[in-house]
Design a protein around this ligand. Structure first.
Ligand SMILES: Cc1cc2nc3c(=O)[nH]c(=O)nc-3n(C[C@H](O)[C@H](O)[C@H](O)COP(=O)(O)OP(=O)(O)OC[C@H]3O[C@@H](n4cnc5c(N)ncnc54)[C@H](O)[C@@H]3O)c2cc1C
Length: 430
């Protein structure tokens, strides 16, 4: 009988397992894959390490920043960008970063104008009346702005690295993210996608793992978690059963429906788990020949297979370009000609040397990328998952109270689940 079974070894589960084991609790830590990190995955490509999943962090994200400081890890400075390309109203436009900002930011500022009004205290969702925005999608907001086709494409392209489907993604999460960044789009986008962790996410994960004395078992997918009234029984694929007093279930929202959870999930939580979140993005790494001019290119969702491309690193005389494709099925990473054609729309001479990607959508342990909640879920259903479900607690970036959708939120949520489990264990003993 362990004190706690932690299921999932992404940032949420790693944090929970470390915090609980460091406090002296006996912890079994079960992970389905043969590696830790979950949707952060610093893998090998082009003879170096690249981040196939979550990569960027920021000093304004309190939870990840505290961990980085704790282990003496810095952020790597992003490469300066010389040129912007944007596909709008059927034509490619280009300019300096300042010129692009002058075109796009006043428009996108209108998109998020009410973020602070909607979330006056982002740390306290009960202060927000989200009745109206929780019924709306990103498409509803875009439509309401009454933009010209050119302006609409500019806004769409600027947001496209964060969008899979305007009609499925809830407006509330977008406004919430912006409110967390004091209502400024530019701050939000900087925190979301510019500063990689120096040495990669794996370095931070290894540091956390180094402080954990939990019994970590990789390649141990969990099929069932049952609160049987006196404790928790966790069934690993193949049939092995593990008993614990409490459980922290730190798996992606989109994989929860594969688990048998007892007591069963009911009501709106069950509906949210069954519907899954809609994010089906593909992150591609493209090695292109030579040290080319640095650029960012943006295209509206559904109008081009690569929606954001950004020069990220120099590597052995070549340049690595990171791309976000709103729909993973819109481009095949093995089809280098297709990738080259897509990039040549913006940079006609660009020559693709190699491409690498991980398919998060078909991966059974993620079934999607980062979370973006559908309308009606973020401020009403997600908070229900912060409460204990018997002896089971949910954790993860997908349901984090503040840093939802990111590494910061995963750490926040894992730490909270650890504290709540420790309190429950203390209550049991007294
Ligand atoms: C392409 C991409 C880019 C991203 N970019 C960023 C970024 O730049 N910055 C940022 O902050 N965030 C980013 N994110 C989001 C970020 O990676 C996630 O929000 C965060 O890593 C989630 O951590 P987690 O621990 O909640 O979940 P996960 O990392 O998904 O961990 C859950 C773990 O549970 C395991 N698991 C699943 N099912 C089972 C089972 N049945 N039994 C046992 N184990 C199981 C999984 O294998 C996994 O290891 C990105 C995500 C993706 C996919």
């Amino acid at each position: 009988m362990y004190d706690v079974a932690v299921i999932g070894a992404g940032f949420a589960g790693m944090t929970a397992a470390r915090d609980l084991s460091a406090d002296g609790y006996s912890v079994i830590h079960l992970e389905g894959r043969d590696r830790i990190g979950g949707r952060t995955y610093a893998g090998e490509a082009f003879g170096r390490s690249v981040e196939f999943g979550g990569a960027y962090a920021h000093w304004t994200q309190p939870n990840v920043w505290r961990e980085l400081e704790r282990y003496g890890i810095a952020l790597a400075a992003p490469m300066a960008i010389d040129k912007l390309y944007w596909l709008a109203d059927g034509a490619v436009h280009s300019g300096s970063p300042v010129e692009y900002a002058a075109v796009g930011e006043p428009l996108i500022d209108r998109f998020v104008a009410d973020s602070r009004a909607q979330f006056p205290r982002p740390f306290d969702l009960s202060a927000a009346d989200t009745t109206v925005i929780e019924k709306q999608t990103l498409a509803d907001r875009l439509e309401s702005l009454d933009l010209s086709p050119y302006e609409q494409d500019v806004v769409d392209g600027m947001m496209s690295s964060l969008v899979h489907s305007y009609t499925e993604q809830g407006l509330a999460q977008f406004l919430f993210w912006t409110a967390l960044n004091v209502g400024h789009w530019r701050s939000f986008i900087e925190t979301a996608g510019q500063w990689p962790i120096q040495g990669g996410t794996r370095r931070l994960l290894d540091a956390i793992a180094g402080d954990s004395t939990a019994e970590l078992r990789l390649t141990s997918p969990v099929d069932a978690v049952e609160d049987d009234g006196s404790g928790v029984v966790v069934t690993i694929r193949g049939g092995e059963r593990v008993r614990a007093r409490q459980a922290v279930l730190a798996v992606p929202l989109n994989t929860l429906h594969d688990l048998r959870i007892t007591p069963e999930l009911t009501g709106p939580v069950r509906r949210m788990v069954e519907e899954k979140h809609p994010m089906r993005t593909r992150k591609l790494w493209v090695r292109v020949r030579g040290e080319i001019e640095t650029f960012v290119a943006n295209a509206p969702v559904g109008k081009h297979p690569v929606n954001t491309a950004k020069t990220e690193y120099r590597h052995e005389g070549d340049t690595l370009v990171v791309c976000f494709c709103s729909d993973a099925s819109s481009i095949d990473p093995d089809d280098h000609d297709a990738v080259q054609r897509a990039l040549r729309l913006f940079v006609p001479e660009i020559e693709v040397v190699d491409v690498a990607a991980h398919d998060w959508v078909t991966d059974e342990f993620s079934q999607g990328t980062w979370v973006h909640h559908r309308p009606g879920n973020l401020t009403t259903v997600v908070p229900l998952m912060h409460q204990a479900h018997g002896r089971i607690r949910f954790a993860g970036g997908d349901i984090a109270p503040m840093g939802v959708g990111g590494i910061d939120g995963a750490i926040q949520s894992g730490a909270k689940a650890a504290r709540d489990s420790a309190r429950a264990l203390a209550d049991d003993r007294s």
